[in-house]
Design a protein around this ligand. Structure first.
Ligand SMILES: O=c1ccn([C@@H]2O[C@H](COP(=O)(O)O)[C@@H](O)[C@H]2O)c(=O)[nH]1
Length: 275
């Protein structure tokens, strides 16, 4: 998917929401445990209830890998279900991969060939040759960790050398590795005050912004500091949407939670003149 196609979907749906499919067997409604594949059964209901309000889904690999082979099967079925039924939706593998070149090649194959993800999150720590293999695929995206939403982001990402913080160095160096059609960045919603500074370095790149909802980041602040003239944001919420209820009505409540976020987003897009 190109950035223009993503922007068209954002305008059509009045939404820059990414629903995080962080599906935890211990949190899904009990009655689903009687089905043959509870993780997929949950995801399918959530996807059917939220697809109108979202432009992206982001399964986090940890939740699937923790289940072993059955987790990978549920993940593959989920990705195929979205692809087949809602082909305009952008699918992100939140995997935070990156290794020496020939190993990154294999990670890229796993997410872009064996499974049909549109994007994969990658850690920048091992440098250019660990990231480049993910960029050899047409219409596929790397989403590089820049400034993460967690408290521990302060341990390294704010460390400063010659007046430049590590996350700034990561963005400034890596933007030359790709372009606005194959490279996005992760910036936590809990760090919304840094978005203006980040926009001064990368005005046009899309940003994946996790941390609203359960982590308490403000959508309004993210939009104020991060929206550009093609939106340029995918704001993720996982627990705040998929666990809106643990009862029979879980999918309906997830749909309502997604709709509430979408309506706020539509207002923010309108205020920016994008709708
Ligand atoms: O900086 C980061 C990078 C990734 N994440 C991931 O996003 C979701 C957030 O889930 P919520 O339930 O909405 O808090 C989750 O998969 C994280 O691993 C992040 O939070 N921060």
């Amino acid at each position: 998917m190109t950035s223009q196609e993503l922007f068209e979907n954002i305008k059509r749906k009045g939404s820059f929401l990414c629903v995080g499919l962080d599906t935890d067997i211990n949190k899904i409604p009990q009655f689903l445990l009687e089905t043959t594949d509870p993780i997929f059964a949950f995801n399918k209901e959530i996807i059917d209830a939220t697809h109108k309000f979202t432009v992206a889904y982001k399964p986090n690999m940890a939740f699937y890998e923790s289940m072993g082979v059955s987790g990978w099967n549920s993940l593959e079925k989920t990705v195929n279900y979205i692809r087949y039924n809602y082909p305009d939706i952008f699918i992100i593998a939140d995997a935070k991969r990156g290794d020496i070149g020939n190993t990154s090649n294999m990670y890229a194959k796993a997410f872009f060939d064996a499974m049909e993800f549109d994007a994969v999150t990658v850690a920048p720590y091992m440098g250019e040759d660990s990231v480049k293999p993910f960029m050899t695929y047409v219409d596929k995206w790397v989403i590089l960790l820049a400034l993460t939403s967690n408290k521990g982001a302060a341990d390294f990402q704010y460390v400063s050398e010659d007046g430049e913080k590590l996350f700034e160095k990561v963005i400034k160096s890596s933007k030359a590795w790709g372009n606005e059609e194959n490279l996005m960045y992760v910036v936590g919603a809990t760090k919304a005050e840094k978005l203006q500074e980040i926009r001064s370095i990368i005005p046009n790149h899309f940003l994946l912004v996790p941390g609203v909802g359960a982590q308490g980041g403000s959508l309004k602040e993210v939009a104020k500091n991060g929206l550009n003239d093609k939106c340029g944001l995918l704001v993720n919420s996982s627990r705040g949407i998929i666990y809106a209820s643990s009862e029979q009505d879980f999918a309906q409540k997830a749909g309502e939670a997604a709709k509430e976020v979408q309506q706020e987003m539509a207002g923010l897009l309108k205020a920016k003149g994008l709708l």
